[in-house]
Write a protein that binds this ligand. Structure first.
Ligand code: SF4
Ligand code: SF4
Length: 444
C-alpha cells in the first residue's frame, strides 16, 4: 500500500485523533517516519478508554500498526504504556511481538505522560524542538483509539460512527461505553442511569484538561473521551469555571513571583524556554512590551500542572497561558526564537508529578474506583446531531439535504480532501431532518 492510498482510506473513514483536539489523521501520514509511538499513557485520572481498547483489541491494533509500519517504512513501533497497566495486555499477543518491529515501552506513572513532547522523550529519548511537531524528529505519535479506527477502516472500510467513552466521577460505578456519534450527552447519561445531575456538573475529558459540558446542547463527537460527573462545588469544576479575567485579577493581587509554576512545568523541565511565572507577572501588571513573556505561551500544552500542583497561592497560570496561546493562534502570531533543547533540565527527575499526587491534589481520591467496567449496551437514539466541526481545521459542509434518507455509515458532510478537515457519517438509519450551522440532524 502507498502512503497516498492509506491517506485516502483514513480520510474516507473520517478518522481524526481520538485522544485530543481531533487533528485529521490522514494528514499525519504525509511522510515516512523512523518511529511510530502509540500513546497509551491515558494520563488523566479516571479515564479508561485506551486501556479497555488495549485489553480487548490488542491483536487488531497490532494488525493496523503493522500496515502503518510497512507503508511509512518505520523502523519500529513503540507502545508507550505505564507499568501499572501492563497486566491489561494479552500475554499471547505480546509474545507474538517478539522479533517484530512492535515493542512495548514502559513509561513512568506521571502526569502528563501523554503529552506528545513528553511521550516522545520517554519512549525514544528524542526532544522535539520548541514549536515543532514529532515528525520533525522522525516520529509519528498516534492515539490507541485512532489506531483501532484505522484497523476498522482497513479491514472493513468501516467509518467512524461510534465513540468509546468513560463515564465516571461521582457515580456508583465507572463504566466505558461505545456511543453513537451525535447522540446527545444528556440522553447518553440518562440511558446509563446517570441522568440526575442536580447539583452536579459534567466534564468532557479529564479533570485536568477537560471542558464543561453544555448538557442541553452538547453531543458525542469524535473526540469525546470521558464524561466525568462532579458536584458543582468541587474544586475541579470551580477551576474550569473560573473566567480568565478573574484569574488575572487574582494573580495581580496574590502572585508572589515565587517561580514554582515554572519550576514544575513539564515542558520547562524538558528544556523548553517556557517560564510561565513571567507570563503571570507581565499579564497581571500590564507589561505589554514584554513580548517574549506572551509569545512563549505557544509552547504550553495546557496540562495545568502549574495551576493544580505548583501554585501555593491557588492561582491558575495555565488559564492565562492557554488564553494567550489561543490568541496567538487566532492572529497567526509566531515565536521566532525557538530552539532545540540539548538536554532535559538536571532537576527534572525529582520534579515529575506522580499520578497519585495528582489525584490527591485534585481531591478526587474518593472517585477512583477499583475497576472500570466496560459495558456493551447498544444505544438506539431516535435523533442524532452530527456536528460539522469536531476536528482541527475547516468545518465540514453538509452533503445531504432535509428529507434525504440515510443509512448508518453514509457520508452526510465533509471538508474537501485538499483542505484540513475530515468526513462525517451518519450513525443511524433515518431521514435528514434539518441542517443547522452546527449540525446535520438525523431522525429515525
Ligand atoms: S506559582 Fe503562583 S505565586 Fe508563584 S509565580 Fe507562579 S502564579 Fe505566582
Ligand atoms: S499548563 Fe502550565 S505547567 Fe503545563 S505546559 Fe503550560 S505553563 Fe507548563
Amino acid at each position: 500500500m502507498t502512503i497516498e492510498e492509506l491517506q485516502k482510506i483514513v480520510y474516507n473513514a473520517g478518522i481524526v485523533g481520538a485522544g485530543g483536539a481531533g487533528f485529521p489523521s490522514h494528514r499525519k501520514f504525509s511522510d515516512k517516519v523512523e518511529q511510530i509511538v502509540v500513546n497509551a499513557a491515558e494520563c488523566e485520572p479516571l479515564m479508561m478508554v485506551d486501556h479497555h481498547l488495549l485489553e480487548y483489541h490488542l491483536a487488531e491494533i497490532a494488525e493496523a500498526l503493522n500496515v502503518m509500519c510497512d507503508t511509512m517504512d518505520a523502523r519500529e513501533v513503540l507502545i508507550g504504556i505505564k507499568g501499572k497497566n501492563m497486566h491489561l495486555l494479552d500475554e499471547a499477543v505480546v509474545r507474538s511481538f517478539k522479533g517484530t518491529r512492535i515493542k512495548i515501552k514502559e513509561i513512568p506513572d506521571v502526569y502528563p505522560a501523554g503529552d506528545e513532547v513528553m511521550l516522545t522523550y520517554e519512549t525514544t529519548g528524542k526532544i522535539i524542538p520548541e514549536g515543532a511537531i514529532p515528525i520533525m524528529v522522525g516520529v509519528m505519535v498516534i492515539n490507541v483509539e485512532t489506531v483501532f479506527n484505522i484497523y476498522k477502516a482497513l479491514k472493513n472500510a468501516e467509518p467512524v460512527t461510534e465513540k468509546y467513552i468513560t463515564i465516571g466521577g461521582d457515580v456508583p460505578e465507572d463504566i466505558t461505553v461505545v456511543a453513537p456519534m451525535g447522540m446527545k450527552i444528556k440522553d447518553l447519561l440518562n440511558s446509563v442511569g446517570y441522568g440526575n445531575l442536580e447539583g452536579k456538573s459534567v466534564v468532557n475529558g479529564g479533570p485536568m484538561m477537560g471542558a464543561l459540558v453544555d448538557i442541553e446542547n452538547d453531543v458525542v463527537t469524535k473526540t469525546t473521551k470521558g464524561l466525568l460527573i462532579f458536584p458543582t462545588t468541587h474544586g475541579v469544576i470551580q477551576r474550569i469555571k473560573q473566567p480568565v479575567g478573574v484569574s488575572m485579577k487574582r494573580a495581580s493581587a496574590a502572585c508572589c513571583n515565587c517561580t514554582m509554576c515554572t519550576d514544575l512545568c513539564p515542558r520547562y523541565l524538558l528544556g523548553y524556554n517556557l517560564e510561565v511565572h513571567k507570563t503571570v507577572r507581565a499579564a497581571s501588571h500590564g507589561e505589554v512590551k514584554n513580548t517574549e513573556a506572551f509569545l512563549q505561551n505557544a509552547l504550553c500544552c495546557g496540562c495545568g500542572v502549574c495551576s493544580v500542583i505548583a501554585c501555593q497561592q491557588g492561582l491558575f497560570p495555565s488559564k492565562l497561558s492557554m488564553e494567550i496561546k489561543g490568541a496567538l493562534g487566532k492572529y497567526g502570531l509566531r515565536r521566532e526564537n525557538n530552539v532545540q533543547p540539548e538536554a532535559v533540565r538536571e532537576v527534572r527527575a525529582s520534579r515529575l508529578v506522580s499520578s497519585n499526587k495528582l489525584i490527591d491534589r485534585l481531591g478526587i481520591r474518593r472517585y477512583v474506583k477499583k475497576s472500570v467496567k466496560k459495558i456493551d449496551t447498544v444505544f438506539t437514539p431516535d435523533t442524532v446531531y452530527i456536528q460539522l466541526k469536531q476536528h482541527v481545521g475547516k468545518p465540514a459542509t453538509a452533503t445531504v439535504k432535509p428529507g434525504d434518507k440515510v443509512k448508518a455509515g453514509d457520508v452526510v458532510a465533509l471538508t474537501a480532501y485538499e483542505d484540513l478537515g475530515t468526513v462525517m457519517h451518519s450513525s443511524i438509519n433515518g431521514t435528514v431532518k434539518e441542517i443547522t450551522d452546527r449540525f446535520v440532524i438525523i431522525g429515525k
